[in-house]
Ligand binder design. Sequence first.
Ligand code: NAD
Length: 373
Amino acid sequence: MNRPSLCIHPLYLSVPTVVELVRRRGVARCIDAIARNIEADFLRWVDFDKSARVANHSRDGVIELMPVSDDTAYSFKYVNGHPKNTALGLSTVMAFGVLADVATGTPLLLSELTLTTALRTAATSALAARALARGESRVMALIGNGAQSEFQALAFQHLVGIDTVRLFDMDSAATAKLMANLAGSGLKVQACASTREAVRGADIVTTVTADKTYATIITPDMLEPGMHINAVGGDCPGKTELAAAVLEAAKVFVEFAPQSRVEGDIQQMPADFAVTELWEVLSGLRTGRDSNEQVTVFDSVGFALEDYSALRFMYEAAQQDGVGERLALIPALADPKNLFGVLSREGCSVAAPAPTLALPQVDERSDRLQSAS
Ligand SMILES: NC(=O)c1ccc[n+]([C@@H]2O[C@H](COP(=O)([O-])OP(=O)(O)OC[C@H]3O[C@@H](n4cnc5c(N)ncnc54)[C@H](O)[C@@H]3O)[C@@H](O)[C@H]2O)c1
């Protein structure tokens, strides 16, 4: 990322602002742009100071902090994972994050990241599938039809060339919601009675379920030659989606191995179980699939660099559109050594943030067309 011009008041992107920004461009275009950023950043893998995320576990979920930086920008995401939340009327995954200037530590951006996480997860999945799945893949099974699922379907349609999705969720209302949201997308959509039925004949299988247990959504008897499995929901210790025998039968790819060995489906495997990191394939250092018959697994858990890539997309897009608010998050001091001075009467008047920028009006008709694409 180019060194940004500094303002002591970071840009704040609320949910309504990000929704508007995404609606103006369309979901598919945003996923495509984020995927390009992720690819570009993965190709600079060695430039980043990387670590596994810090996770605080509790009985029903986890809260995680995900930091990463290069020599210009730093980012972190706060994200939770509470599969039982939907029964309480809350999302399973909720997130926000920060982008900051490395040279001075000044926060540049504070943004919602719940919607953005769905976009970046779908972008990463599609990027991996483009590198790993068979080129002629057209049919995808989509198991787990909750909050992430529309984004996965649209990413695979527009970035990978999928034309048919076969759906299963143990909650039939979630499948009905997904079918309604995909109406008009151009995808052929089929509801199935079981995972086994959805997976039969699929080129790609995406699992994006939420359950804090060692689940075995995909078992080895469901595998077909050449299948690519995009396993998104097994992303926490004690939370998996694939039977161990599926991993044994496949060539397995991960984001950042030190994190994936703890959190991914490969937590079930020995510490020396062979995996390839996605960046190695993207940069041509190692091969993806070795044959048309080989089964490939992308054991996704979500890595901080994907959020860095998504945050810089949001930051640049917001600046292009002139949207967002300046937030008085950090004291703006006439004398930086006089922090105490902000408590004085005069301190109150020090550099208030610029007023909220108005969101430009969007043409409703073209907006609806873009959202469907
Ligand atoms: N890898 C990543 O980068 C990444 C990013 C975001 C979310 N996730 C994970 O993806 C998963 C889905 O997230 P979400 O926001 O869509 O959650 P969600 O709660 O909105 O949806 C999950 C769906 O899975 C279904 N489900 C649970 N167990 C099932 C089973 N055995 N068979 C079929 N369906 C089942 C539920 O009924 C629900 O509809 C979560 O586990 C989340 O932690 C991973």
